[in-house]
Design a protein around this ligand. Structure first.
Ligand SMILES: Nc1ncnc2c1ncn2[C@@H]1O[C@H](COP(=O)(O)OP(=O)(O)OP(=O)(O)O)[C@@H](O)[C@H]1O
Ligand SMILES: O=C(O)C1=C[C@@H](O)[C@@H](O)[C@H](O)C1
Ligand SMILES: [Mg+2]
Length: 166
């Protein structure tokens, strides 16, 4: 079993939003590794970061991604940093992966004050810029398709993915 599509990209790219719309359009279930980590631990992601550290969160996230790739045949949205783990990138080989690209301005508008996103604490704009600079090549390396989201609605993005993947 493998997901019909995996969505990757930075915070504010719209992974969770577009996953829901795609799942509805295709009539397939949707999973989101951030929600899976929260439900298996019973803890908020921000609390895990603050109390147990980012490395521990990445371990939980890598396990959530591995389980979802093995068990889930619908739409799968990954947490924004999941692709940082080499074992996760390896698991994505052979699966359709859409990188939802977003530029700095749109990402900043979409995440607002970054509430609930622990890596954005401090200056949201400079934190997002650093993450985009560091991670864009990683998203590109795992993607089979790249979809631009700047200035487009979640419905537009969903339609393009449906055109690409059926
Ligand atoms: N194409 C879009 N245009 C405008 N707003 C959008 C678009 N996609 C998502 N949004 C809005 O941006 C916010 C963030 O979207 P979402 O939570 O889906 O991002 P995400 O990629 O899952 O982020 P994270 O990595 O933090 O989970 C939401 O308020 C959502 O409604
Ligand atoms: O980009 C990131 O590293 C993150 C994105 C979110 O989806 C969450 O997984 C968490 O806030 C970390
Ligand atoms: Mg999300």
């Amino acid at each position: 079993m493998a997901p019909r599509v995996v969505l990757v990209g930075p915070m504010g790219a719209g992974k969770t939003t577009v996953a829901g719309l795609l799942g509805e359009a295709w009539g397939v279930p949707v999973r989101d590794t951030d929600a899976d980590v929260q439900s298996t631990t019973g803890r908020e992601i921000s609390d895990i970061f603050v109390e147990s550290g980012e490395d521990h969160f990445r371990d939980l996230e890598a396990a959530a991604v591995a389980a979802a790739i093995a068990e889930h045949d619908g739409v799968l949205a990954l947490g924004g940093g999941a692709v940082l783990r080499p074992e996760t990138r390896d698991l994505l080989a052979g699966v359709p992966v859409v990188f939802l690209r977003v530029g700095l301005s749109d990402a900043v508008k979409r995440v607002g004050l970054g509430v609930g996103r622990p890596l954005l604490l401090g200056n949201v704009r400079s934190r997002i810029k650093a993450l985009l600079d560091e991670r864009t090549p990683v998203y590109e390396s795992v993607a089979t398709h790249v979809v631009e989201t700047d200035g487009r609605t979640p419905d537009d993005v969903t339609t393009e993915i449906r055109e690409l993947l059926g």
